[in-house]
Structures are given as structure tokens and as C-alpha cells.
Design a protein around this ligand. Structure first.
Ligand SMILES: C[S@@+](CC[C@H](N)C(=O)[O-])C[C@H]1O[C@@H](n2cnc3c(N)ncnc32)[C@H](O)[C@@H]1O
Length: 277
């Protein structure tokens, strides 16, 4: 049996690759968490049958199209509707009643992936009686997932988990009310996107583009090192109105961050913070 040797990429090679990408494409990977970045790079090299980091660099140098595909392959896009159902219940019970008094509510989903989180938010708001006064921005670095989110077309096999999450969230109806099934796909109700603006946005560029009442950035920071996480926390703080809410993933924390004193942790289990100033 012929077993292919697994490609191993060391730290020096990773640094060489990051330096090249920063120089050629002005994208800084140097603050991505090493272990997952390394795994993704080795996977890309195996897929494209590249044996050395120099082979990968040569290919990246020769083709912008390959660079675009590379960027898409190294981001982790796993997501679900109503992921962590208890968080969505907490939003409904503790956060939305506070937001209801505002004339306009602005929400930012940073790292929205293929949009399941956006449809979940739109459904949550609809069921809680919110209408035109909410504006949602859905951003991600990966243009492919943004296109999927806009299309709202998901393999029907994914809907079993989404349905189970929705039922644990204790929604008022059934998720089936929000999509039609055709040819093995679920087509989400496009009306749910009436107040949604999609945008390609790289958190590492630290660009503030609006002030928000709620920012959701779940399961994104986990791929960054502490330096970049801290910078992104500062970006979020600058992007939040006073007393606005900020949610991160259940395995993430900002307790150690240099600006944690500017936030109050209001729900430890669900990782919901409030901007103090
Ligand atoms: C695991 S998904 C999380 C999706 C969703 N928030 C959730 O919790 O289910 C992580 C997303 O972060 C995006 N991402 C990675 N680096 C990013 C960056 N520098 N700026 C913006 N988005 C980024 C990826 O493209 C991916 O879609």
C-alpha cells in the first residue's frame, strides 16, 4: 500500500508564507492562531498537491484567482441556525426588551459565514414583533459565504440540526414556516433579508463603519491570536453605542483583554457583554 507522506509545515515556513502574502496581497495572517492556520495551510497544500511552502508561494505569486480560492479554503465557515439555542433565548428574554425602546436598532454580525446566523436573527426579531426599525449588517472576509448567505439556499440535510436548534430555542412556530423545500435544498424566505446589508469586511483592517446597538461576533476570534483579538475587541468597542450589547462565542472570552474594563459581563454562560462607555 502506498501511503503518501503528510506535508508538515513549520513555523518558519508559515512566517515566510505570511510575509509573502502581506507583501503581495496586503493581507496580514501573522496574527492568526498558529495551530489552526497551520492545519488549514497543510490541507490546502495536500488538495493542490504542493510539496513545499515555496511551491505554494509560487502559485500564489502567479495567480490572483488562486489567491482568492486559497483565502476561501483557509477560513473555517462552519455554522448553524440558532447555534447555541440558549443564547437566542437569552437575547429574546433579556436583550430585545431593552432594545425595543429605541427608534432605530443597528445590529452587526461580524464573521457571518453562510448566513445561518442572519436568518436566525431575522426570525428572532420577526417573532418578537420587531419590524422596519431594525437594520442588520452581515459581514465576512469570504465573498463565497456572503453569496451563499444572500441566496439563502442550504442543503436540506442541514435543516435537521437547524430545526432541532430552533425547537430548543422554543420558537413560536416551526422553522418550516421560513423556507420552502425543492430539489434537496431549503430556500429561505427572502423577506427575512429586507433589512439586511451584506458587506465584505476584514476585521484585521480595524475599520469602523457604523455605530451599533448589538454586535455578534461568535466563533471568529478563536482563529486569531491574542494580539489580533485585542485589536478587534477595540474595534468593536469603538463600533458600539454606550450601553450597547456585544456577544462572542461560548468558547471565547475577553476577560484578559486590555479593554475588558470598558465592558460589563452580563451573562457569563452566553458570553453577553455590555459596553460601559
Ligand atoms: C466558524 S465561522 C462563524 C460563523 C458564525 N458567526 C457562527 O458562529 O456560527 C467563522 C467566520 O469568520 C470569518 N473570518 C475569518 N477571518 C476573518 C476576518 N479577518 N474578518 C472577517 N471575517 C473573518 C470566516 O470567513 C468564517 O465565515
Amino acid at each position: 500500500m502506498n501511503i503518501e507522506p503528510q506535508i508538515v509545515v513549520g513555523l518558519t515556513e508559515l512566517r515566510k508564507l505570511s510575509d509573502f502574502i502581506r507583501y503581495k496581497y496586503n493581507f496580514d495572517f501573522s496574527h492568526y492562531a498558529v495551530a489552526s492556520f497551520q492545519r488549514r495551510i497543510m490541507r490546502v497544500m495536500e488538495i493542490h498537491k504542493l510539496n513545499t511552502i515555496d511551491d505554494l508561494i509560487k502559485k500564489l505569486a502567479a495567480s490572483v484567482t488562486f489567491y482568492d480560492d486559497f483565502l476561501k479554503e483557509i477560513t473555517v465557515n462552519t455554522t448553524e441556525m440558532f447555534r447555541d439555542p440558549s443564547l437566542w433565548r437569552a437575547l429574546r428574554e433579556n436583550i430585545l426588551p431593552e432594545l425595543k425602546n429605541k427608534t432605530t436598532i443597528r445590529i452587526w454580525h461580524a464573521g457571518c459565514s453562510s448566513g445561518e446566523e442572519i436568518y436566525s436573527m431575522a426570525i428572532l426579531l420577526k417573532e418578537a414583533g420587531f419590524n422596519g426599525n431594525v437594520k442588520i449588517w452581515a459581514t465576512d472576509i469570504n465573498s463565497n459565504v456572503i453569496e451563499t448567505a444572500k441566496e439563502g439556499k442550504y442543503p436540506i440535510r442541514n435543516m435537521e440540526l437547524n430545526e432541532a436548534n430552533y425547537s430548543r430555542f422554543e420558537g413560536v412556530a416551526t422553522l418550516k414556516n421560513y423556507y420552502i423545500e425543492k430539489d434537496g435544498f431549503a430556500f429561505m424566505d427572502k423577506n427575512l433579508l429586507n433589512n439586511v446589508t451584506f458587506k465584505i469586511h476584514n476585521l484585521a483592517n480595524k475599520e469602523v463603519f457604523c455605530k451599533f446597538d448589538l454586535i455578534m461576533c461568535r466563533n471568529v476570534l478563536i482563529y486569531f491570536d491574542k494580539v489580533l483579538q485585542d485589536d478587534v475587541f477595540k474595534l468593536f468597542h469603538e463600533s458600539l453605542n454606550r450601553h450597547a450589547y456585544f456577544v462572542i462565542g461560548s468558547k471565547e472570552s475577553m476577560i484578559w483583554s486590555s479593554i475588558s474594563n470598558k465592558f460589563k459581563l452580563i451573562n457569563d454562560r452566553e458570553k453577553i457583554y455590555q459596553a460601559l462607555i
